[in-house]
Ligand binder design. Structure first.
Ligand code: FE2
Length: 241
């Protein structure tokens, strides 16, 4: 059973396979995106969020913010790059970028978190809206990234009975939580991924919300799609009813 901590709602877990007994405890996840929030970037976070078992960054966050969370909470931090690539620090000598220390880059990867048993997959960046390269992608490039994840997804399906639990992206899927302009239009390939592989949750960023009444989560087929901007605390309880 999943539930959103801030909204207090819950829904059934999507896994077809029985969960091992040790995986049936609720899991609390802190998801962050796009903007430093002083309620999170605070020395009191450890005492206020001592139930958090994992941090998920959905892009466009400075490396120092993710590194702070890794250090302050002492829990696994998984992230994807946003289109502005703020997560990268460039080596002053070589100019090469490196990931935030203590954090795992989910770029086109499928990873089972050892401490919680959750299976995460990640896709970075936004639609291409200016120039070439960087973390801006055409649909075919995002589809290629999805293709790179297929072997591990299939292996999870065979071994664990499910493809994955959480898809983490910066951009939203097409037609869900997205906008009409080129930079903020969702990816059709991500929407296809959700229909095909049915993660329980899709967490994304990139769409800034300034009105508390704006819709930030929607059901898309079997998937709960959540814009985490600027943060969401989610509670996972995979005990099946
Ligand atoms: Fe963005």
């Amino acid at each position: 059973m999943w539930s959103a901590g801030s909204a207090g709602r819950s829904m059934p877990c999507g896994s077809d396979a029985p969960m091992p007994e040790e995986m049936r405890e609720p899991v609390t996840v802190l998801a962050v995106s796009d903007q430093i929030d002083q309620r999170i970037y605070s020395s009191s976070i450890r005492s206020r969020m001592d139930d958090v078992k994992m941090v998920i960054g959905c892009g466009d966050l400075p490396a120092r913010y993710l590194e702070f969370l890794a250090d302050a909470l002492d829990k696994p931090v998984y992230f994807v790059l946003g289109n502005h690539m703020e997560e990268w620090t460039r080596d002053p000598q070589s100019g090469k970028p490196y990931d935030p220390m203590g954090c795992v880059n989910l770029d086109a990867r499928v990873i089972a978190d050892r401490s919680t048993g959750l299976i995460l997959a990640g896709l970075p960046g936004s639609p291409r809206y200016s120039g070439e390269g960087g973390q801006q992608f055409a649909e075919w490039q995002m589809a290629l990234k999805i293709g790179r994840m297929l072997p591990r997804l299939v292996r999870n399906r065979l071994r664990r009975g499910r493809w994955l639990d959480i898809l983490v992206t910066h951009a939203p899927p097409r037609g869900v939580n997205d906008r009409d302009d080129v930079a903020h239009r969702g990816f059709a390939s991500i929407a296809w991924f959700l229909r095909r592989f049915k993660p329980r949750y899709h967490l994304h960023g990139h769409i800034h919300l300034y009105d508390r009444n704006e819709l930030y989560r929607q059901r898309y087929h079997t998937v709960e799609v959540i814009n985490v901007y600027p943060y969401q605390k989610l509670t996972l309880d995979c005990e099946r009813s």
